[in-house]
Design a protein around this ligand. Structure first.
Ligand code: AMP
Ligand code: ZN
Length: 488
């Protein structure tokens, strides 16, 4: 089955042809670590985690690079004074690198909670200042960039004059862009308002600063991704991903930088994940319409009536295609929880099904499998895949009720395919199994403490442990091989 990927650049679903057969180079724009990631950010990273898992499941050797934006850069409105790091540093009275460390740790914790696999390389912008200075110099030398008052800008008009097309990804016309852009930043410095900063002169108040041939300053945001993707994946690589909102200007600028530097398009397949909305409004820190991932998991929020296990959140996200907007609501989460529990129940039930090689079955495991892989390879269609999983769920319950049969071969096939799709590809975790394991470990600790209390003749404490557990429906049984427990 051929893998098809929707390419934002051509606006078409294309057959995926990697540069090096069997290998994939994938770069995804990472977080700006100046505050906690919100649930919307998680959706984008989770979409690419599913894509990464699928590529590996399909047999590709993937080098997945996801950066950390830890250098102060311009905000969308281009105003240096709005530098998010500088602001947060003042607010929290911390060193810039303390802010970076704090929120990088938080980012990793959150993604780990949702069972995202770490990328193969996670480079930081501040670790690649030298490469960014080199790229800037190269762009000046080739006439694509110019220095102005200690800052360096990319010359968009010059780029187009040379037959290249700024706006090709976001389908914007340069004349319109010029007419509609207000020159908020670099006033009097830029030749044209659409020119973007490769290097920015640091004002005296700016804390994150580095020496450069143009004086002390800091790199432009767009440049870090070009520097790091080129370094780890080459001048041209297979897949570049990010949230839909990064298409313009961020990714547009990356294309321009790549083409100007190397004379070739940097990316073959541009992939954009769609936004998470809550109560029909885009989730974003700036509007206040956001929820922190932990708040959904602990239930400590005003939007949802109860808490939800991270795997249920993950399941809910994957029930929407990565290119569709997903609106998260209480009802949607409750529905996902129901579906998730049923899916996990089916996995459990399937383990106790006995095959029958005599009677014919009304369900073709092979056909079902083909449909699952068709969905998976059709631009990573997780909702269709999940719909097929539920056809299997129905069949599994029919097997359990003795209303259907399955051969030995098919049973093995169904079990291994279902497990691979649910746990490896969708990345779901069995909540019950996890909880049981944790409970088991906790009880073993309590039994150990009770044994120690008995050894030191503290019978009051040892009895207390036994009685309190009994009151919770957990009975401790002392036998010749030690103490075991029974859940009543
Ligand atoms: P940032 O840290 O702001 O650079 O954002 C990190 C990633 O989260 C980017 O790929 C954004 O496109 C993505 N993102 C931001 N808001 C949302 C949202 N509401 N839904 C999905 N992705 C988002
Ligand atoms: Zn980027």
């Amino acid at each position: 089955m051929q893998l098809k990927i929707y390419n934002s650049l051509t606006a078409e679903k294309e057959i995926f042809k990697p540069i090096l057969e069997g290998n994939v180079g994938m770069y995804v724009c990472g977080p700006t670590v100046y505050s906690n990631v919100h649930l919307g950010n998680v959706r984008t990273f989770l979409s690419f985690d599913f894509i990464y898992r699928t590529l590996m499941h399909l047999g590709y050797k993937v080098r997945y690079v996801r950066n950390i934006t830890d250098a102060g850069h311009l905000t969308d409105d281009g105003n240096v004074d709005n530098d998010r790091f500088v602001k947060q540093t003042r607010l929290e009275k911390l060193e810039p690198m303390e802010i970076v460390q704090k929120y990088t740790v938080d980012f990793h914790k959150v993604l780990d909670m949702f069972n995202l696999l770490p990328p193969n390389i996670e480079p930081t912008a501040t670790g690649h200042i030298v490469e960014q200075i080199e790229l800037t110099q190269k762009l000046i030398d080739t006439g694509f960039a110019y220095e102005s008052n200690g800052s360096v800008y990319f010359d968009v008009l010059e780029y187009n004059k040379r037959g290249l097309n700024y706006g090709e990804l976001s389908k914007r016309n340069i004349e319109e862009l010029f007419a509609n852009t207000r020159d908020l930043d670099g006033q009097g410095e830029k030749k044209n308002p659409q020119d973007f900063a490769l290097w920015k002169k640091a004002s005296p108040a700016h804390i994150m600063r580095w020496n450069s041939p143009w004086g002390e300053g800091f790199p432009g945001w767009h440049l870090e991704c070009t520097a790091m993707s080129t370094k780890y994946l080459g001048e041209t690589f297979d897949i570049h991903g990010g949230g839909m909102d990064l298409k313009f200007p961020h990714h547009e600028c990356e294309i321009a930088q790549g083409k100007a530097c190397n004379g070739a398009a940097p990316v073959h397949y541009w992939m954009h994940a769609n936004m998470l909305t809550m109560n029909s409004q885009r989730m974003s820190k700036s509007t206040g319409n956001y929820i922190l991932p932990m708040q959904l998991v602990t239930g400590d929020n005003d939007f949802f009536e109860k808490s939800f296990h991270p795997s249920i959140v993950r399941f809910c996200f994957l029930q929407a295609h990565y290119r569709s907007v997903l609106d998260i609501s209480n009802d949607a989460m409750i529905a996902s929880e129901k579906g998730f529990i049923r899916l996990m129940e089916a996995v459990k039930v399937l383990n106790s099904v006995t095959p029958d090689d005599q009677k014919p079955s009304g369900f073709s495991v092979q056909e079902w499998k083909d449909k699952c892989y068709e969905a998976l390879t059709d631009d990573f269609n997780s909702p269709i895949l999940i719909a097929h999983l539920f056809e299997a769920v129905k069949y599994i319950f029919a097997l359990n009720d003795g209303k259907e049969t399955i051969s030995t071969h098919d049973l093995e096939d169904l079990r291994s395919t279902l497990n691979a799709l649910i746990f490896d590809v969708l990345g779901l975790q069995n909540v019950e199994e996890n909880n049981n394991e944790k409970l088991d470990q906790t009880l073993k600790v309590l039994i150990e403490l009770r044994n120690q209390a008995r050894k030191s003749k503290n019978f009051e404490l040892s009895d207390q442990i036994r009685d309190k557990l009994l009151a919770e429906g957990i009975e401790l049984k002392d036998g010749r091989d030690g103490t075991s427990y029974v859940l009543n």
